[in-house]
Design a protein around this ligand. Sequence first.
Ligand code: SF4
Ligand code: SF4
Length: 202
Amino acid sequence: MRYPKLRELKEAIRSLVGKPYTTRFPYQPHKPYERFRGKPEFHLEDCVGCTACLQVCPTGAITFQDEVKKGKARRILNVQWDVCIYCGQCQANCLTGKGIILSQEFDLATTGKREDLHQAIEKELALCDCCGEIIMPFDQISWVAQKLGPLCFTNASVLLFYLRNLYLAWLEKFLHKEEKMLRSDRIKLLCPRCRRQAVIAS
Ligand code: SF4
Ligand code: SF4
């Protein structure tokens, strides 16, 4: 016959007289521990719409869609909670570090539709002043401009944003697809292809 070890006896007695390890959820609210990884949520103010989180998401829970209508463009980012495995990779690799945060919320059971288990946010996209091609979200360019500080003077598009944030410049749209590039076109918000053409032409 094998006798229980002292350590196991101590644990058994402690369990008999102590409080249970389990909580009374769902009869009582349960507060998870501090570093618990619950439902990921976008934070509109801190997300710049770069899609880095989407690249590292192992399950494809984060998706995006770009829409262009009448010269206005927007990026819609979506996180689908029923596809998420709460690994935390999106938060760990977020460009700003605060754009998507895993909350402490875990009780996602619902009798509604799966499609409703999601959060979508929108970011306005910058378009090339010459060809109308999507460049990147405005917020992302502003973030890069702020990070670079005075170094952003090396790139006219980023510089325009830097000056705009200081209320020293504003953005204008001069769509002229068929026209010849001018020297002045270099000081516009351009996609890489148009910037190359503007530099070569001037
Ligand atoms: S926690 Fe993991 S699975 Fe869920 S959205 Fe983030 S990266 Fe994707
Ligand atoms: S800023 Fe963060 S949350 Fe927003 S798209 Fe980029 S990586 Fe995702």
